[in-house]
Write a protein that binds this ligand. Structure first.
Ligand SMILES: Nc1ncnc2c1ncn2[C@@H]1O[C@H](COP(=O)(O)OP(=O)(O)O)[C@@H](O)[C@H]1O
Ligand SMILES: [Mg+2]
Length: 250
């Protein structure tokens, strides 16, 4: 589904990623782990077109998407969530999901301004679809609540609903369990499984090792900008280099 080939990202004097390569199988859940500052978010920023890598290439299936903007990637099915959630606090939960849907709406500004009949029909259809994604994420009851009034754990779910509304084939999630309690994390685990079952390939940056080991088919370990290891959860747990990177020598 995704092939990352030799990505290097240099910021001034700092090499945040050095020659990182890996592949993500279609229909899999792949974890990207590593200590703070390892380059995980930078990797996502490169794959999703927020940064253009210093060198290297990214392929979505067999299409070279290196340097594509997020706006160009969304219609191809590559969508992400962020480590720091961006919500429109004055809008309702439903409207926050509608923002995701509008990125693939046919409705232009003129038909919207004139409230042409087919535009109104489209608006109604999109509201129904947004509601469907809230339901999918288990938060349909929050549709009309102002997003700014939500507890943090629910914001995560709204963000995931909004990403799903863009109709991804590949969903990149940056630390979705950060700040969640154990109950919320267990629910998130179920939701990620459900997302995969719906046919979406998932790549997950995550610090919660229990979650990662439970749901990932494959794991890529980054350390100091380099790929340290790649394999199944069991391979990774037993890899001496990985243990050393996390726990130090001795
Ligand atoms: N836009 C940027 N400008 C300069 N340095 C950056 C930028 N983004 C990330 N970095 C640096 O790159 C390194 C990797 O950061 P990051 O990808 O956020 O790590 P992680 O997500 O694994 O914790 C860090 O040293 C960070 O300070
Ligand atoms: Mg990060």
């Amino acid at each position: 589904m995704l092939r990352v080939e030799g990505i290097t990202q240099i910021f001034g004097g700092l090499t945040a990623l050095e020659d990182v390569s890996f592949t993500v199988g279609k229909g899999s859940i792949t974890g990207v782990i590593g200590p703070n500052g390892a380059g995980k978010t930078t990797l996502f920023n490169n794959v999703t077109g927020l940064y253009s890598q210093t060198s290297g290439r990214v392929f979505l299936e067999d299409r070279d998407i290196s340097g594509y903007s997020p706006e160009r990637l969304a219609p191809l099915g590559l969508v992400r969530t962020f480590q720091n959630i961006e919500m429109f606090n004055q809008m309702t939960v439903l409207e926050n999901v509608l923002v995701g849907l509008h990125t693939r709406s046919r409705s232009g500004m003129i038909s919207c301004a004139l409230k042409l009949p087919w535009h109104l029909a489209e608006e109604r259809r999109m509201r129904e679809e947004a509601r469907k994604w809230l339901e999918f994420c288990g938060i349909a009851n929050l549709a009309d609540i102002e997003a700014g009034a939500l507890p943090f754990g629910k914001c995560r779910l709204v963000e995931i609903a909004r990403a799903m509304a863009v109709n991804p084939r590949l969903l990149l999630m940056d630390e979705p369990a950060a700040g969640l309690n154990s109950r919320e994390t267990a629910d998130l685990e179920e939701l990620i499984r459900k997302i995969r079952e719906s046919g979406v390939t998932v790549v997950l940056v995550e610090h919660d090792m229990e979650l990662v080991m439970n749901i990932c088919d494959a794991i890529v370990v980054l350390n100091l900008g380099k790929k340290l290891a790649e394999g199944t959860p069991r391979d990774i747990q037993e890899n001496p280099d990985v243990i050393k990177a996390y726990l130090g020598e001795g």
